[in-house]
Design a protein around this ligand. Sequence first.
Ligand code: PEP
Ligand code: MN
Length: 266
Amino acid sequence: KANRKFHPDDSVIDVDGVKIGGGSFAVIAGPCSIESEEQITYCAQRVKAAGASLLRGGAFKPRTSPYSFQGMRSEGLDLLKLARRATGAPIVTEIMNTEHLPLFENVDLIQVGARNMQNFELLKAVGRQNKPVLLKRGLANTLEEFVMSAEYIMAEGNENVILCERGIRTFETSMRNTLDLAGVVMLHKMTHLPVIVDPSHACGHAWMVPELAKAAVAAGADGLMIEVHNNPAKAKCDGAQSLTPDQFDELMQFIGKEVEFFGKKL
Ligand code: PEP
Ligand code: MN
């Protein structure tokens, strides 16, 4: 179902009126984690004003250490919905457990994170509901495995899948991961699904994010996911890779022109 061979045309995924793929470019932005009503609402208003069309914020966080902030969980989801009401922007947030699906009923785009890319029961479960799914590439998964995970979701009946390249593990240690832009080009050959790029988790350094975002657009990405925090130095998660709202605004002015240059619409 995901194979380009049998579906030559690009798929366009509609997330509550926001189109992604086939010439429609969309930017997802917001903090790594929802921390308070003021924080998520302020970030939402700033990223929306800068040109992002979808709002992100983690409520259930897959942290490496069990002692790190685990997210505000269902309370966080409620705050994200308040931010949606304040801005009108559809919301994206990560699910980690099939049992949490009822909590995600009112979420516009359900994210399956890198660590769960091969959680096949979770993939089947999101495939049995009808909201679009943002599937992130696993930390050490091949493109073939990535597309097969999308296939798991689609095989259950939900063909609204957006792929996200977010960097992979290599021998390089100066960055959090290695952004695989060649993989974006290859994925477009392998599949008709939209492919977006998350430069924030790919590199782990806020100062690098703008250049990688620009390169992703040039590589043909259908969208971007960028972490933006009101006060990166005080962020509970991923502050080092988060842009300030001002930095995001400046980046978006360039991205807008670049997307147009490549014949797509933001
Ligand atoms: C995220 O987007 O919040 C996240 C945890 O990313 P990843 O699954 O790519 O590590
Ligand atoms: Mn993060």
